[in-house]
Design a protein around this ligand. Structure first.
Ligand SMILES: N[C@@H](CCC(=O)N[C@@H](CS)C(=O)NCC(=O)O)C(=O)O
Length: 302
């Protein structure tokens, strides 16, 4: 059973996972989804979660890099949380993928005109996340300055000659910082911002080492292949409990802070600091377990 990534090329969070596959030298299935809703191949399994990326392992569906990386970590290959930082990689990643993500959206996309983004994309992000992409240009200088602080701190961290933020081995914190800079570097109109970031001492060399991991061994799969994979492998046993006030087995809806996407609804299996898992019927006779991190998710009984 290989992991299947639901993604599109320009997604920085997807690039984070693709590079994670490279770091772990994994074989994986690539399922292309649009960069706006609807994404029927994805949401029939997640039940509503429409963000990119999602990773499927048989009948286990992992939403958000905060759930995807721990799931990939259990697969063969180098750890994504190497010592000496260990779990501190998660702290770095949640900062880079949290407040710093918006800063990098500004640095990457602030120079795009509405015509370049297209009406459908602008409307999707406005309706789902309340983002005013048409006005992003105004905020871009401020946001670009915020993004440059992350690169400055990265540069200082690397100043003692270490290869990655924790030493010789790259981890989830490196992946998160990398995907933000990759995003800025990938947009031609953001070339000046990318140049400012990559000009900081040690950052370009580190960026090259991260890019050098590649993407592992990718093969294209279809939505039908993915459904067959879900039918072929039952969900894995759940490890973790259900914190009060929730109770195991109750029906809940899971949404994301700051998103108006349709909730993923199901029977609660796990809800504690390790994450959230729900069971749902994805198709007649097909039960899947949908997993989320705990951070940033809103759980409501229904
Ligand atoms: N916290 C999520 C954030 C994912 C995210 O915001 N992804 C962006 C794309 S990079 C997204 O879903 N945008 C809307 C879409 O692609 O439909 C994670 O870590 O995976």
């Amino acid at each position: 059973m290989i992991p299947i990534l639901y993604h599109y090329p320009a997604s920085p969070f997807a690039e984070l996972v693709r590079t994670g596959f490279g770091l772990k030298r994994l074989a994986w299935g690539s399922l292309a989804v649009p960069n706006i809703l609807p994404k029927p191949d994805q949401t029939r399994l997640t039940g509503g979660y429409g963000r990119t990326p999602v990773v499927q392992l048989g009948a286990d569906i992992h939403c958000d890099t905060g759930a995807i990386l721990p799931a990939l970590d259990a697969l063969p290959g180098p750890s994504l949380y190497p010592a000496p930082l260990g779990p501190l990689h998660r702290l770095v990643a949640s900062w880079a993928n949290g407040p710093q993500f918006l800063a990098h959206v500004g640095a990457a996309m602030g120079g795009l005109t509405p015509a370049m983004m297209g009406d459908a994309f602008i409307q999707d992000r406005q309706a789902r996340f309340g983002m005013d992409l048409a006005a992003l240009g105004k905020a871009a200088p401020h946001l670009s300055a915020q993004a440059l602080v992350a690169a400055h701190w990265l540069s200082l961290t690397l100043a003692d000659g270490r290869a990655f933020i924790g030493g010789d081995a790259a981890g989830a914190g490196d992946l998160a910082l990398y995907s933000n800079i990759w995003f800025v570097n990938a947009v031609p109109t953001a070339a000046a911002n990318a140049a400012a970031i990559l000009a900081l001492p040690h950052v370009a060399d580190w960026f090259g080492r991260m890019a050098g991991f590649g993407h592992g061994n990718r093969q294209e799969v279809t939505g039908e292949d993915a459904l067959a994979a879900a039918r072929a492998a039952p969900p894995a046993a759940i490890h973790g409990g259900v914190d009060a006030p929730f109770q195991a087995g109750m029906m809940v809806a899971v949404t994301q802070e700051g998103s108006r996407d349709t909730p993923s609804t199901g029977r609660l299996l796990r809800c504690d600091s390790t994450g959230i898992s729900i069971a749902r019927e994805a198709a007649p006779g097909l039960t899947v377990h949908v997993h989320f991190p705990r951070l940033g998710q809103v759980v409501v009984p229904v």
